[in-house]
Design a protein around this ligand. Structure first.
Ligand code: HMG
Ligand code: MG
Length: 318
């Protein structure tokens, strides 16, 4: 009979994980109260100081549709940048790309959906129209020496249609890679996925896109996000999107809650001896500060434990 250790050896955990911090964009885009410039800048600078190497700082989208992101240019003009950190922005079209170039963002994220209804609600066009628009954006960004990351939304369910065909997820992921995205993040926008569904979805996508170019992006509506991250790591995914304090949500995904909390991801990875380069205590402090500024409780259990005990919680080795 196989021992537990022998069984674990078959898992494909990566030795190092890159955490992509999305709280300044995904986290703040859905906040009901206005978040001022100083708070956004302090958040980004605290995240960079904690060791996050890729930070999505905001978006250049229609401010009528997503008012919280209206100040992204000011945010990028104000932050003190640490060399080597990628300060990325989300853009939907060429107008957004122009703003990103003017703001000296070295990296953009473009986004499409695997669900037609979500695409229409989120960006007012079909999936096919969005892909042809994004191809122009990617071409122009790459010509300007920018790095381009892609998102596929609704990979495990859609707020309007329910189930989403995995063929659509594969198709959009492949298109984003073909237009030059260095990486595609698979988004469970409404947080309905569970670990087996996650593995089945990734299993289909890796038929067309190498695992080394995939990231995962889980919202935590049903409390499954950390389990889904683990399920993705078991398949060898080594890039995880997360938001400090579990902030997040999409204005066009009603009922969806925040992203998996960065503190919880880093606590888990530390305990599994998977490197991230992130200082968990500084990260928890960044989460405490933004939660206080927003007047809301952090959604991170690890952060609550660290802050209440005033020190890092010891890991118990197996
Ligand atoms: P549209 O109405 O088709 O665009 O919207 P348009 O080109 O006809 O322009 C309409 C107006 O928007 C014009 O202004 C444009 O100037 C303005 P007006 O003349 O009416 O005053 N506009 C812009 N303003 C600033 N920056 C721009 C821009 N483009 C147009 N780049 C559009 C299409 C995509 C612009 C719109 O639908 C939009 O902005 N949608 C917001 C989408 C969004 O930000 N959603 C949340 C992020 S996605 C997400 O959260 C999911 C993710 O986290 C992964 C996951 O969880 O799955 C990434
Ligand atoms: Mg999201």
């Amino acid at each position: 009979m196989q021992t537990v250790q022998e069984h674990l050896v078959r898992d494909n955990y990566p030795p190092r994980v890159r955490v992509v911090e999305v709280s300044p964009r995904d986290g703040l885009q859905n906040e009901p109260a206005t978040v001022d410039l100083a708070t956004k800048v302090a958040l980004i600078e605290a995240l960079a100081a904690a060791g996050l190497g890729t930070i999505e700082c905001g978006s250049f989208v229609s401010s009528k549709r997503v008012p919280q992101m209206a100040g992204t240019a000011e945010v990028l003009a104000t932050i003190k940048r640490i060399p080597g950190v990628a300060y990325s922005v989300l853009v939907p079209n060429l107008q957004g790309l122009e703003a990103a170039i003017a703001s000296r963002s070295g990296e953009i994220a473009i986004f499409a959906a695997a669900s037609e209804s979500f695409s229409q609600h989120n960006i007012q066009c079909s999936i096919a129209e969005s892909l042809s628009r994004l191809r122009q954006v990617a071409d122009a960004a790459i010509a300007s020496q920018m790095r381009v990351r892609g998102y596929v939304s609704c990979v495990l369910g859609c707020p309007y249609e329910g189930a989403v065909a995995l063929d659509a997820v594969v198709h959009v992921a492949k298109e984003l890679i073909n237009m030059g995205c260095y990486e595609v993040s698979l988004g469970d926008t409404i947080g309905v996925g569970t670990p087996r569904a996650t593995q089945a979805m990734i299993g289909r996508v890796v038929g067309e896109v190498p695992i080394g170019r995939l990231a995962v992006h889980f919202h935590d509506t049903y409390g499954q996000a950390l389990a889904n991250v683990l399920a993705a790591l078991q398949l060898g995914v080594a890039v995880v999107d997360a938001a400090v304090a579990g902030l997040g949500g999409c204005p066009y995904a009603p009922g969806a809650t925040g992203n998996v909390a960065t503190e919880d991801v880093v606590y888990m990875l530390n305990g599994m001896e998977i490197e991230t380069g992130i200082d968990l205590e500084k990260l928890a402090e960044a989460g405490r500060a933004i939660s206080k500024a927003l007047g809301r409780e952090s959604q991170s259990k690890a952060a609550a434990a660290i802050i209440s005990q005033g020190r890092r919680v010891a890991h118990i080795d197996p």
